[in-house]
Design a protein around this ligand. Structure first.
Ligand code: NAD
Length: 484
């Protein structure tokens, strides 16, 4: 299938933190791929802005190296890379001072979309917003892209929203959650709302339970000091898992329009019950076979921060009363795997008798790796020998459905950046949504801080702590296997 690539309007995109890790691994390689696919019009420009003193040739060398490292070899064409690098500029800038700002102002062109990507530590967001405004670089149509984490709790998220709102209105602010940029996540909405099949069953009467898993094999990966202040609940559940839960649980918006979608997501967050302490399991990976454990990785021998969390969550509304949502995420687990599994209830009566064991219909939305959607259904086992049933997947893997090897599926970041240029906020979190998510998260964390609770230890390379199994066993259910 040939995908349609519609070029965006001409733009000036300034990447604050343009020499950082995120810019190098995701933003710049992603922009190159959009360029390659013809989505960047000839007038589009990208300006790196960071603290390092560097000239434009130096920045181009930096970006060339990033492309060499992070773009698939089949898509690296030396001529095209050079043509892309022509679009780049660089300004050394001090977010907290005055250096570089006048030069940046002089670089900006009239009559093109202006977007500013804040790929720097959140402590600098306010400084950048203030200077963009003060130096007259941003206007009423400019867009800000804001990276995670958006706050550490409700109070800090509110403060950040207030800081940004001092100079920009909500329609200009794009809070990134890259999970929302994934092809499958958007496909989840297409599957739900573009087919008649699922929506009538999409409620507590027919859905037994939902599992959302985001499993990583990596540990804290050099981000130890940040992570130890955060933990899985803040780093993953409050944003990514919450967003996935919202897309599954929300009512159909009347239009695929930013505020219509975000209004429905907000209602879900507000309908979440507080989580009881017995519905939470926190874990920390231990040291095994000479490999450092979490505490060694973060350099804090008494750390009580969780590298794993599993929760049973209830959405208290008519649609979902009685259908638990089980969420889990963790580091150093058996496999890198993110998926949503919606398990439907048993048919009310089996016409095939007791011997034919029925297995659930499960809709599995796989985010990574191998993005795709599978629906497990019962069919007759082929061949003679009577009516024997077998549970098989109806498979829609995007790799096969959408092109060679699926490698042409744009990465979440590149898709989201193009949405910014198009001015489409649907896949970005609104300020009130983020605050509502923190308002639900804060008491959960406060409870275990007050109780002085310690996470339980789990072995790296497993599915997480044993206690997490109990969270489902006691409901007569079990977690799906974490498989690559
Ligand atoms: P980094 O430390 O690698 O890079 C920071 C960048 O900010 C550098 O370009 C540096 O020059 C610039 N910078 C620092 N102080 C500055 C100042 N005073 N003035 C101007 N520029 C300054 O950080 P990163 O890993 O690229 O992360 C950037 C943002 O993205 C953070 O908010 C982070 O939480 C978020 N994020 C990163 C990742 C990731 O994979 N790296 C993933 C998700 C979110």
């Amino acid at each position: 299938m040939v995908s349609r690539v519609i070029p965006v309007d001409p733009f000036d995109l300034v990447i604050f933190g343009g020499t950082g890790d995120l810019a190098r691994r995701k933003i710049l390689p992603g922009l190159y791929r959009r360029f390659l696919d013809g989505q960047m019009p000839p007038e589009a420009r990208v300006i790196g802005a960071a603290r390092s003193e560097m000239d434009e040739d130096g920045y181009r060398d930096f970006v060339r190296a990033a492309i060499e490292e992070f773009v698939d070899a089949r898509r690296r064409d030396p001529e095209r890379i050079e043509a892309f690098l022509e679009r780049l500029g660089y300004v050394a800038i001090d977010a907290r001072g005055t250096g570089g700002w006048q030069e940046l102002r002089d670089r900006m062109r009239a009559g093109v979309v202006r977007a500013f990507y804040f790929s720097v530590a959140p402590a600098l967001f306010g400084d950048l917003a203030e200077r963009l405004h003060g130096f007259g670089i941003a206007d009423g149509d400019s867009r800000l892209v804001v990276e995670k984490p958006f706050g550490h709790d409700l109070a800090s998220a509110r403060a950040l929203n207030t800081t940004l709102a001092a100079h920009f209105n909500e329609a200009q602010i794009y809070r990134i959650d890259h999970y929302l940029g994934k092809e499958t996540v958007q496909n989840l909405m297409a599957v739900r709302f573009a087919n008649i099949l699922f929506e009538p069953l999409w409620n507590a009467q027919y859905v037994d339970h939902v599992q959302i898993t985001v499993a990583e094999t990596v540990g804290v990966d050099g981000r130890g000091s940040y992570y130890d202040q955060s933990g899985a609940m803040r780093d993953m559940v409050q944003n990514h898992l919450m967003q996935l839960l919202c897309l599954i649980a929300m009512e159909p918006p009347n239009r695929f329009d930013p505020d219509a979608v975000r209004d429905e997501k907000l209602k879900v967050i507000r309908a979440l019950d507080p989580v009881a302490p017995e519905d939470i399991v926190r874990g920390q990976y231990g040291a095994v076979g000479g490999q450092p454990g979490y505490r060694e990785d973060v350099g804090n021998s008494d750390s009580r921060t969780e590298s794993y969390v599993a929760l049973r969550v209830h959405v208290s509304n008519w649609r979902w009363k009685g259908t638990p949502f089980y969420l889990r995420t963790g580091k150093r687990l058996r496999a890198r795997s993110s998926e949503i599994a919606i398990t439907f209830r048993e048919p009310p009566h089996s016409i095939f008798g007791e011997d034919e064991r029925w297995k659930e219909n499960v809709l599995v939305i796989r985010l990574q790796p191998n993005e795709g959607i599978k629906l497990r259904v019962m069919i007759k086992e082929p061949g003679p020998g009577g009516m024997r049933l077998v549970n098989v997947p109806l498979d829609m893997s995007f790799a096969e459905a959408l092109g060679e090897g699926g490698t042409d599926i744009p990465d979440a970041y590149e898709r989201l950046i193009m949405d910014v240029i198009r001015g489409n906020q649907t896949l970005f979190m609104r300020g009130d949504e983020v605050e509502a998510a923190w308002a639900w998260t804060d008491p959960v964390i406060a409870e275990w801080v007050d109780a002085g609770s310690r996470p339980v230890s789990y072995d790296p390379g497993t599915s997480g702590p044993e206690d997490a199994l109990m969270l489902m066993h006691r409901d007569g259910r079990r977690w799906r296997e974490i498989t690559p």
